[in-house]
Design a protein around this ligand. Sequence first.
Ligand code: SF4
Ligand code: SF4
Length: 345
Amino acid sequence: MKILAKYEFDELVNKWIAEDPREVVGATHDGTKFVFDDIDDAEELRLDYDLTMLSPKKYFFPQRERLVQYDTNENDYAMVQDWSEESRIIVGIHPYDLVAIEQLDDIFIDAQGDEPYRRKRENSVLIGVTMQSVSEHSFAASMGTARTETGYDLLVTELEDTYAIEIGSEKGSGLLEEAPTKEASLEEVEAVEEQKAAVESKFEKGIEFSPKQLPSLLKEGYDAVEVWDEYADGCLSCGTCNVVCPTCYCFNVDVVDYMTDEVGETRRRWDGCLLEEFAAVAGGENFREERVARHRHRLMRKGNYLYERFGDIACVGCGRCTKQCVADVADPSEIYNELWRSVNA
Ligand code: SF4
Ligand code: SF4
């Protein structure tokens, strides 16, 4: 573990901004909310944020993305973009978002071999931060994601006048090469541990059982109609809970012809299982036409289906869906707790 004075850390970030070919982005405040955005100066960083609007997922899997451009006259179907040029140093990622990115890596890189995602992801650097503030909507501690030992290139923890920096990879180590770091003392290592433990005790919300029990709870509670109905009744099918989620990865692909019909492109855009047309197929059938079926599907997918495929609970407890749902019916911790009580009644 390394130690840097706070002003030295700021100087280091400004050096990256000035000299590193990668774009430097980080957690900032845009006047109304916390967001990940470009930064021109380390002073713009807000490492004390509680929850950003979107997670850094947007840098690897953007909301809209052109994949292929084609020209049938030239018989030329070519990738139009070199995604490896889209490389970033991302500063200030909370542990639950680091965990979410690890899950997306498993899906996009290992399972799907998705080149646009892989190239951007592998050329970027993730700088995590130990949480200082906890959102009232978050239940990450109960999901075991308020801290993480993996998924970062560097992990920064604020101490009094310094930052303690844990190194998670060679990429991370490379960023510190010319910085005036010193080795952390035993007291400083203990202070970091205390800081991480203190954060976990700040969460007001949580699931009332171990996340390991979630997959079997969902299997058992699949037919607990009263619970699913209670929440689905108010749902507006707006899809916001999907859009803000750091682990959601569904997308739709559009083939867009230009005026000539001979030249065009393929684009992808985020999709969401709460949207009415998500499960519509050719012939006009919709295999999740009922709102309650879509609502249940989202919760089943987070806590059971993806666990069975990839071994991870696909809800990291960030609380974004809870915060953004205008109908106040998206909170997974509330629904899972209700299901737990119903199944164990
Ligand atoms: S649960 Fe809330 S955010 Fe999600 S689709 Fe329904 S109304 Fe929209
Ligand atoms: S389901 Fe909600 S709380 Fe869970 S990771 Fe997605 S946005 Fe966060």
